[in-house]
Ligand binder design. Structure first.
Ligand code: HEC
Ligand code: HEC
Length: 153
């Protein structure tokens, strides 16, 4: 008797789990992520944008939309290395180099540590430039929004 009970409990559990997974599958089909298709389907994401950037200085800057916005990069960064050995951005934007490169100097905030203490060199928290600065590209928003730039003096 005990074995039969066990068996029916197992069967019931199996039936329940089938139901559960079936319902998950249906929910999955209804879910339409931003890429507009499921992982298992052929990728329908928009094609990668060919970056429109040109050499430094050859392109208009896009004005900032709010105070403290990391400015967009107004030039191509194709092949610009940032790793533990080299940070090519520093070669043009760091304090010792920006004048010769005729490039804007890295923000003073980048030469302070988290406690606000002045540093001789750029803070390591700012080393990975592309974490905050992105190149300009004509990328349409994936979802509509009504954002308006903050009026700045
Ligand atoms: C060969 C020199 C050179 C290199 C290397 C370089 N830049 Fe620039 N960058 C410039 C120049 C010159 C400008 C100014 C261009 C202009 O205003 O038209 C500029 C502008 C910028 C600006 C805009 C600043 C503002 O106030 O609007 C940002 C941000 C920037 N660069 C980030 C980067 C990052 C990040 C890297 C590395 C991935 C990098 N740059 C590598 C020369 C360089
Ligand atoms: C954690 C985010 C972050 C990282 C990482 C970062 N920046 Fe910035 N950057 C900002 C913000 C925010 C601003 C605008 C406000 C300011 O100047 O602090 C800015 C401003 C700038 C400016 C304009 C300065 C000015 O006076 O108008 C330049 C040039 C710049 N960054 C270059 C770089 C370079 C080159 C690197 C990498 C070595 C880098 N940034 C890393 C966030 C970042």
């Amino acid at each position: 008797m005990a074995t039969r009970n066990k068996l029916s409990i197992t069967l019931a559990a199996m039936a329940l789990s089938t139901l559960f997974f079936a319902s998950v599958a249906t929910a999955d089909e209804e879910l339409r992520p931003l890429r507009k298709n499921q992982m298992t389907e052929e990728d329908q994401a928009p094609a990668m944008l060919e970056y429109q950037g040109k050499a430094p200085g050859a392109q208009q800057r896009i004005t900032r939309n709010f105070a403290k916005q990391p400015p967009l990069i107004p030039h191509s960064i194709e092949g610009f290395r940032i790793d533990s050995q080299v940070n090519i951005c520093l070669a043009c934007h760091d304090r010792p180099s920006y004048k010769a490169a005729k490039a804007p100097k890295i923000g003073d905030s980048h030469y302070r540590d988290r406690e606000g203490k002045e540093l001789k060199h750029i803070s390591m928290g700012r080393y990975n430039c592309n974490q905050c600065h992105v190149p300009q590209a004509d990328a349409q928003p994936l979802v509509g929004n009504t954002f308006q730039a903050v009026k700045m003096k």
